[in-house]
Design a protein around this ligand. Structure first.
Ligand SMILES: Nc1ncnc2c1ncn2[C@@H]1O[C@H](COP(=O)(O)OP(=O)(O)O)[C@@H](O)[C@H]1O
Ligand SMILES: [Mg+2]
Length: 220
């Protein structure tokens, strides 16, 4: 069980004289067991917010706490430990080791947490609809298959908080429905799920929709 709180997050990017205000004072609380959909147009700051919430990126202002422990502006080793014990993370790319196949990527994630479980690897591969592709390497996967494999890795150890960037992009309707059921099961078990998504089907089933626009939040 874990609570994540974002306090007034700001994130700016500079390129030459151009300045992008990716996050402009975003505050958010994710209590245990909540299933939240983060929506907003492309470029509204969704990926930046997920990176800051998980400590993969540092906000320029504000801070994030996980169960009351500050994650922001701590040494990387501290951030890594907080991340490993609390989060399962699916980014938009770069989630898989290219020299391992799908099943091995999931298994490796479990091994890192000391929770290797072959039966669960099979269940996860089935959940994301990749039974036929379990032994494929990343270079042999389509974009949608890569995203589904990465989701299975993010779910490998049933993390207290799942943070996933577009987990059902390029996923067929049956697989999406199965994944939504899984997210609801997590919710009932007191596990938190935060998904950036363009899927109306997914957002409708969330407990709460959080909408980003130009780096600011509107609540529904
Ligand atoms: N590393 C970066 N360097 C420069 N600009 C960035 C970087 N990451 C994001 N941005 C900019 O910040 C804004 C928000 O991006 P992003 O968080 O990726 O939005 P979303 O995920 O909602 O599409 C965009 O204008 C994007 O171009
Ligand atoms: Mg994005």
């Amino acid at each position: 069980m874990a609570t994540v709180v974002a306090h007034e997050l700001y994130r700016f990017f500079h390129k030459g004289e151009d300045e992008t205000f990716a996050l402009r004072g975003v505050s958010l609380c994710l209590p245990p067991g909540e299933f939240v959909a983060l929506v907003g147009p492309s470029g509204s700051g969704k990926s930046t917010l997920l990176s800051c919430l998980t400590g993969l990126d540092e906000p320029d202002g504000g801070h994030v706490t996980v169960n009351g422990n500050r994650l922001t502006r701590r040494p990387e080793a501290v951030r890594a430990r907080i991340r490993a014990t609390n989060f399962g993370i699916l980014l938009q790319s770069g989630n898989l080791f290219p020299h391992l196949n799908v099943a091995q990527n999931i298994h490796f994630q479990m091994t890192l947490a000391g929770k290797a479980d072959d039966a669960r690897v099979e269940q996860l591969v089935e959940l994301v609809g990749l039974r036929q592709r379990a032994h494929a390497f990343t270079t042999q996967l389509s974009g949608g298959e890569t995203a589904r494999a990465a989701l299975a890795v993010a779910l490998a150890v049933n993390p207290p908080i799942l943070v996933a960037d577009e987990p059902t992009a390029e996923v067929d309707a049956d697989t999406e429905a199965r994944l939504i059921d899984h997210f609801e099961t997590r919710c009932r078990a007191g596990l938190t799920t935060l998904l950036a998504t363009h899927s109306a089907a997914l957002a409708q089933r969330a407990n709460r929709i959080v909408r980003l626009h130009d780096g600011r939040l509107d609540y529904e």
